[in-house]
Design a protein around this ligand. Structure first.
Ligand SMILES: [Zn+2]
Length: 413
């Protein structure tokens, strides 16, 4: 009986998926896109950074549009950086810990979503990912590999070494093999000096000091570049006639925001997080000023989630938590007024889809949202699709349907 119910629901699902899809039109196709992710950067991180550093922020003063992104994952109302990164990279939501893999197929047996970085490469553009985190961190991984868990470091490093992307830069990882990366054409660099010596058109993998890239100025003794220096050089290297895609992550906004709120750690935590926001803002300035000159570059700045539950208390912005929260996060757009409306709250996966569309990437890679009706049927058929989470695309419904059939009618022998 249960099987019959599932079968009927599946049939309804398939029939209804023929309904027309509404999609937002984007007016212009951009040659270059720079997507910048302030990991853990909520609205109040900006206020905290301004309060702590006595600065104003380039992103706030110079963006064309400012909106918001809703960050939940399939498995949890509070996302982690793997599911959050996956939504921003692929336009589909998944479970916490999953990296660019569907929640119903984490081992990628049947299917996996394309990432913006991969689809950009397919389109003939150059493509790269840079971060202040280790290269196997959840956010850079979400753009470069497909795996079932963010801690699959060996798998992530192996996939990255074989990656078709033009550059993958971040902090040192034990599982990374320079020999494997070099065999795939990557030049491996470990210092700012080596990075600056790279020539346009080269393919490069960077393993820098993970402790210093987030600072506004690297301390004496560190050979690493800062995030803004990395951003400038990466744009330099990626620029070409066919365009490029670059993801830039300021990972330490999140990392510092996880620190203890105990009195003996609190001031250091606030000062570090604020500095990480300031350096991320410097990187944004580099990207947005390039975009302004270029005229054909879209820059989108957002976060995967908020970390630390920063709130206004007695006239001061303070941390109330040491973990992620479900607060909506800011989205800043440079170079476009029609990617989103001012003040608009969009789902995190829509950020990727709208970028894909703005780059003229094929609709199969970044499909439009499901019609509402299918969401209801899909929810009934699949208990794991919880309240507030709809199926992501026609492709996803087809994949779900196919998987259901495979479960119902397994091949014999
Ligand atoms: Zn975090």
């Amino acid at each position: 009986m249960k099987r019959l119910t599932v079968f009927l629901l599946t049939a309804i699902l398939v029939l209804t998926s023929a309904a027309p899809i509404a999609a937002a039109e984007s007016a212009k196709t951009y040659t270059n896109v720079i997507l910048m992710i302030g990991d853990g950067m909520g609205e109040n991180h900006l206020a905290l950074a301004k309060q702590e550093r006595g600065i104003s922020l380039y992103m706030e003063n110079n963006c064309d549009v400012r909106g918001y992104s809703k960050t939940r994952s399939v498995s949890n109302r509070v996302t982690d950086s793997a599911a959050g990164g996956t939504a921003l990279a692929t336009g589909v939501r998944t479970n916490n810990r999953y990296v660019a893999s569907y929640f119903y197929d984490p081992l990628c047996w049947f299917s996996m979503p394309r990432t913006l970085a991969e689809a950009a490469k397919d389109s003939g553009r150059r493509s790269g990912v840079i971060t202040t985190d280790r290269t196997d961190g959840a956010t850079p991984s979400s753009f470069t590999v497909h795996t079932s868990d963010r801690d699959n470091s060996a798998d992530i490093s192996a996939q990255q070494a074989k990656s078709p992307l033009d550059l993958i830069w971040g902090g040192t990882v034990e599982t990374f093999s320079a020999a494997e990366a070099e065999a795939n054409g990557f030049t491996v660099v470990t210092t700012a000096q080596e990075m600056q010596a790279l020539e346009p058109g080269s393919k490069s993998f960077a393993q820098f000091d993970v402790n210093t890239m987030w600072r506004t100025k690297v301390p004496e003794g560190s050979t690493s570049p800062t995030l803004s220096q990395m951003t400038e050089k990466a744009i330099d290297l990626l620029q070409n006639r066919n365009g490029f895609f670059l993801m830039v992550e300021g990972a330490h906004i999140d990392k510092h925001s996880h620190g203890s709120n105990d009195a003996d750690n609190y001031d250091k935590k606030v000062s570090n997080a604020a500095q990480a926001v300031e350096e991320f803002d410097h990187a944004i300035e580099v990207a947005a000023e390039f975009a302004k000159q270029d005229g054909n570059t879209l820059v989108v700045v957002t976060a995967d989630h908020e970390t630390g539950g920063i709130t206004l208390k007695d006239g001061k912005y303070v941390y109330t938590k040491t973990s992620h929260t479900n607060a909506d996060v800011p989205v800043f757009v440079f170079g476009s007024k029609d990617l989103l409306a001012a003040g608009e709250h969009i789902e995190n996966r829509q950020v990727a889809r709208r970028i894909g569309k703005a780059m003229g990437l094929p609709a199969e890679a970044f499909p439009a949202s499901m019609p509402g009706k299918i969401t209801v049927y899909a929810r009934k058929a699949l208990p794991r699709l919880r309240e507030g989470v709809d199926a992501d695309s026609i492709q996803e419904v087809w994949a779900l349907t196919r998987d259901l059939f495979r479960n119902l009618f397994p091949k014999k022998g």
